[in-house]
Ligand binder design. Structure first.
Ligand SMILES: Cc1cc2nc3c(=O)[nH]c(=O)nc-3n(C[C@H](O)[C@H](O)[C@H](O)COP(=O)(O)OP(=O)(O)OC[C@H]3O[C@@H](n4cnc5c(N)ncnc54)[C@H](O)[C@@H]3O)c2cc1C
Length: 382
């Protein structure tokens, strides 16, 4: 039977994360946004605090906590308007570490997971290519067998943690003679292996503190023991693991919206127009009421999804609804809150401008809103 975390333990952990975020992350964050990357040692510090891959079992160096604890970390970074670093951490902790835990050999788990918990090893997942995003069946990166090794050639783009990563979960084609999803294999590739080149840190409109890169693979040789999961069976792994990613994105979207509403409440209570705080204007009251209602409804939905995920009862259509609806809602809330800030909302020194640009990507990565609708419609119409 699934063991849910004790509420008081979760709250204690949440307080620790919040305190660390307020004291150690927020004061430095603007500088990291400007640098468009966080310093490497920040990852080690996050590891020392016990905030990375917290739900990895103790036998692999983790804390053996439940997924709820990892979502507390994600929520508090998103709530504090730290979407860039929060997103990078989620890719590392809630995607890469779990791909390895759920699909890796014992040797792979022992090799990578303890160092991912401490922050010594940063993970990235490389699916997207210049010619293959939503349609992952179009991947063109190849891995060709040569003795007990594979030789990898190809390129990836938009890869989160692309500059900092130490290990890359790489999606390749190992068999070009079979159609569609068959013939896809995942490899664990050392980011510093000969033949792996990192492109420049891509310039984005938001999520500045998160490094995002192209990655190039030229005759990269990996031993066959680097296959993650089974040969030619990578697509099933991808489909299985996408659910956690989408749930985490939905949960992050709700937390970011809660944070955005909280600081907008402070702003509208302070900002004066026509001799009174703008919070007194009917439009402000109605907008805040509408947004608070939307956020509350989505909070109830993601909490239910989280419980169902933990008991193994979260289906593809429902998690797709959560990802679709929560990220679309985040976009509306960020836009509505920016509007209430007036011209100041358009200035970078006001947090709402960052909330606005950081929210935009949420509807695109992890499967676009349109792809979510495709997935939902299959269940609705079947
Ligand atoms: C900041 C950032 C970080 C990212 N991090 C990673 C990462 O770590 N690893 C990684 O592998 N990728 C990453 N990505 C890539 C991301 O997952 C893709 O951008 C996304 O999946 C969309 O793919 P695409 O950009 O090729 O768009 P396309 O697939 O070309 O889509 C273009 C438009 O067509 C629509 N469309 C496509 N197919 C359909 C369909 N069947 N029905 C209806 N509409 C459709 C899309 O919804 C979209 O509106 C990241 C992207 C960004 C911007």
């Amino acid at each position: 039977m699934t063991q849910f975390a004790d509420a008081s333990e979760l709250e204690l952990f949440r307080d620790n994360v919040k305190r660390y975020v307020d004291e150690q992350i927020v004061p430095n964050y603007e500088a990291w946004e400007k640098a468009e990357i966080v310093p490497r040692e920040v990852w080690n510090q996050l590891g020392e605090q016990g905030f990375l891959a917290v739900d990895i079992p103790e036998e692999y160096g983790g804390f053996g906590s439940s997924f709820e604890f990892s979502m507390v970390v994600a929520e508090e970074f998103c709530r504090a308007n730290l979407g860039g670093l929060g997103g990078s951490m989620m890719v590392h902790s809630d995607i890469c570490a779990h791909y390895i835990l759920n699909n890796g050999s014992e040797e792979q788990k022992q090799k990578y997971l303890p160092k991912m918990v401490t922050g010594e090893c940063i993970g990235a997942i490389a699916m997207t290519e210049p010619g293959a995003g939503s349609d992952l069946q179009g991947v063109r990166t190849t891995a060709k067998k040569d003795g007990d090794e594979y030789v990898i050639n190809g390129s990836k783009t938009f890869i989160t943690n692309g500059q900092h990563c130490d290990v890359i979960i790489l999606v390749t084609k190992t068999n070009l003679d079979v159609p569609g999803a068959k013939g896809t294999t995942l490899f664990l590739v050392d980011a510093n292996a000969p033949g792996v080149t990192r492109g420049r840190n891509l310039e984005k409109i938001g999520l500045h503190a998160s490094d995002t890169s192209e990655l190039f693979f030229e005759d990269v040789r990996v031993h066959e023991s680097a296959i993650l999961g089974k040969l030619d069976a990578g697509f099933a792994v991808l489909m299985g693991e996408l659910q956690r990613e989408r749930l985490a994105l939905a949960i992050g979207a709700v937390a970011a919206s809660e944070g955005c509403l909280a600081f907008t409440k402070d702003y509208v209570n302070e900002r004066q127009a026509f001799g009174a705080p703008i919070a007194k204007l009917q439009n402000t009251k109605f907008k805040m009421a509408e947004m608070a209602t939307e956020v509350r409804v989505h909070r109830a939905f993601v909490d239910e999804c989280l419980r169902n995920f933990m008991t193994g009862d979260l289906d593809v259509a429902t998690v797709s609804m959560a990802k679709l609806s929560c990220t679309e809602m985040q976009g509306r809330v960020a836009d509505g809150c920016l509007q209430l800030h007036g011209g100041y909302g358009y200035m970078q020194e006001y947090g709402v401008s960052r909330a606005f640009v950081d929210a935009r990507i949420q509807r695109i990565y992890g499967g676009t809103s349109e792809i979510m609708k495709e997935l939902i419609s299959r269940s609705v119409l079947s």
